[in-house]
Design a binder for this molecule. Sequence first.
Ligand code: SAH
Length: 395
Amino acid sequence: MNPSVYLVKGREKSLRRRHPWVFSRGIQRVEGKPSLGQTVDVYDHQGQWLARGAFSPNSQIRVRVWSFEQEDINVEFFKKRLQQAQGLRETLAARDGLTGYRLIAAESDGLPGITIDRYENFLVCQLLSAGAEAQKDNLVAAMVELYPECSIYERSDVSVRKKEGLKERTGVLHGEMPPASVVIEENGVKISVDITGGHKTGFYLDQRDSREASVKYVNGKRVLNCFCYTGGFGLYALKGNAAEVINVDVSQPALDIAKANAEMNSFDVSKAQFVNADVFKLLREFRDAGEKFDVVIMDPPKFAESKAQLTGACRGYKDINMLAMQILKPGGTLLTYSCSGLMDNALFQKIIADAALDAHRDVQFIERFEQAADHPIDSAYPEGFYLKGFACYVK
Ligand code: SAH
């Protein structure tokens, strides 16, 4: 028998809508003494069974649901979830020529706290919750069975693990150590991924669809690619025949890979520059020097990690977007993104509108972007939507 969690009356509503979280304030009592990440059964106040999930004693999200069916959480369960996720990815891989994609997007794929990215024959996991950690052996066994050709590497070096009472951890879980560069392909572009040392699990797979969509704006244009990481939009700009691409980032290792990526794709590297600079400062320098661009790409890191940071984040987004508009030629294009889940589409659009007022430019929204399809949004879990963007025509 699993330990039991009984909810306060009325707190079962979200579970009945198959939302996978139980907050600590919704719990009336716990029977049995569940350990960190142990599987528990959740009941409503009348004792009716609702769901089976993992107990996180140190987190406000006290239970994360594995299943709304009375099934064992074992190797077979993880195999089933992986297979459910695989179908969508296979379709996308065939459609977009992908050898790298997100295989498991946590809650959005029915596996709270677990992300798995595939880069060629390396599967890279992030285990973010106590439940994910407790089920590690079952998860890895399922992956080994389904993907015998793959090595498995853990990149659980993320600070959110602290909230769950877990330490950061990285290392090989099965098979070989990833080499310094694993080359993946998406939409005909080759990209070198540093699995052990790169950001997150090595690459920003979530921007793939937006990168591909950017191609139609760049032909013959002078492009400024802010926050370029390992090339990203800048590689697609070269693919799209941009006249000139200036890539900017503060990470020299990322810039080195960006340059190597441009060379590996046999793009005309003489059209590209790789500049180590702080975007906030460089944009001001460009503005004051009267530099002008046809296209500015603005893909910053997450500015808001918590609600408390949202106001500051809004200021940051407004500032860089205002500066971007100021250095655009009349009739230029701004491609701008926010990966802060706490900022919804409407708020982001409002910030762009405020930036336009401050920049004294007339701006029209001409296309909208979302996270790539291998980062799906489950209908029961709208929080899975975090990445949004606009193409703006700047008069
Ligand atoms: N557009 C990229 C992903 C960008 S991730 C892609 O398609 O792959 C955000 C990047 O911003 C990181 O590479 C980080 O090093 C960089 N960064 C963070 N703060 C910065 C700053 N103030 N100036 C320049 N780059 C910054």
